[in-house]
Write a protein that binds this ligand. Structure first.
Ligand code: ATP
Length: 334
């Protein structure tokens, strides 16, 4: 299984919660964003109100859920968590909203996947803190508007462009979490190593940071795998040598690419002469769903300048040829 892309393993859940920061102070990096949030939190607390609705976007594993949990705990309010696909029927949403304690943070993950009927219910709930419910059945059925407690909706998404404008504009605060710098990832790795009670050298933490795809979740997973190698090789500290060995065994290269990333690029180069190749065709060729190709693999390959997404399809860049050691056999400008 891919260590970078797989769902959180059950046996790692416990450790993941140990590593999860609990306060803005513990949340590494993203200093501008934290500073603003801190102001909004302090002001809201002073007014004894519910925080304005908060929209958080950013790639997977960058800390959207973590940050929402922190905001709730800094505000000292309840944190209720669900995801859009879990809200199938209006009664699912009604059940949650009517039982929220006052000023709660109500977190909906993957908010771009809301059903239209649920989304419309949310408009009224967000704006007027009321909700329409149907009472009775058949011809006796009627709409009743009931009041809701004041709450803060936190909508998180990896695809902000897929969120409808009417929903998007109902959020008072919008934040975007961008990939972390190597330095920020290094401090996340050092903090995690500390919490896992393992020593790590500066060189090793930098090496891991460089391979972590700008993503704290990947940084933590790599750290745990390297820790396994250090333990079996009876090292009391994670040093550069054991990190290099582990990364080599895990087939993670110095850009943080895994075998599947390289396979995607190799397929474009070998089978489609460097591209362009359409998303659906490429997905079938590499055995991935178009969605995981688009959401997980491609953003990092594009960021690294290895892949171009054009209207005609996907194209491997000159850098991709160089990175994989292929001679450049055609004009890449075409
Ligand atoms: P997804 O979109 O996949 O749900 P997410 O953006 O909600 O991901 P989280 O689950 O919040 O990401 O974060 C993943 C892990 O990364 C957390 O368990 C946490 O330990 C760690 N993490 C995230 N951000 C930070 C940070 N700024 N500082 C330290 N650790 C972090």
């Amino acid at each position: 299984d891919s260590i970078l892309t797989g769902d959180i393993q059950l046996d790692e859940e416990g450790q993941d919660s140990v590593l999860r920061p609990r306060s803005l102070h513990e949340f590494q990096g993203q200093s501008d964003l934290k500073e603003n949030l801190d102001v909004f939190i302090q002001a809201t607390k002073a007014r004894n109100e519910a925080l304005d609705h908060l929209f958080i976007s950013g790639p997977p594993g960058l800390g959207k859920t973590t940050l929402a949990g922190i905001v709730a705990s800094e505000l000292g309010v309840n944190f209720v968590l669900t995801s859009a696909p879990a809200l199938e029927k209006p009664k699912d949403l009604a059940g949650l909203l009517t039982s929220l304690p006052e000023h709660s943070l109500f977190f909906i993950d993957e908010i771009h996947r809301l059903k239209p009927t649920i989304e419309e219910m949310l408009y009224i709930a967000m704006e007027d803190f009321e909700m329409d419910i149907i009472v009775g059945q058949g011809i006796g059925a009627r709409n009743v508007r009931i009041p809701l407690p004041r709450f803060t909706l936190v909508g998180a998404t990896t695809k902000p462009g897929s969120v409808s404008t009417p929903l998007h504009t109902r959020f008072g605060i919008t934040i975007r979490i961008n990939p972390y710098t190597h330095q920020e990832l290094q401090s996340i790795i050092r903090r995690s190593a500390n919490l896992l009670h393992i020593a790590i050298s500066t060189e090793a933490s930098l090496l891991l940071a460089q391979c972590a795809r700008g993503t704290p979740r990947v940084a933590n997973r790599l750290l745990k795998r390297v820790r396994d190698f250090a333990q079996v090789h009876q090292k009391s500290e994670i040093d550069q040598a054991i990190t290099q060995l582990a990364l080599q065994k895990l087939q993670v290269d110095h850009l943080g690419l895994e075998e599947q990333d390289r396979y995607i690029l190799r397929t474009i180069i070998n089978v489609y002469h460097g591209g362009p190749v359409g998303l659906q065709t490429l997905a079938i060729a590499v055995g991935e769903s178009a969605e995981s190709l688009e959401d997980f693999y491609e953003p990092y390959l594009v960021q690294q300048g290895l892949l171009m997404r054009t209207r005609q399809g996907r194209t491997a860049t000159e850098l991709a040829y160089q990175h994989l050691g292929f001679p450049i056999t055609k004009s890449l400008d075409s």
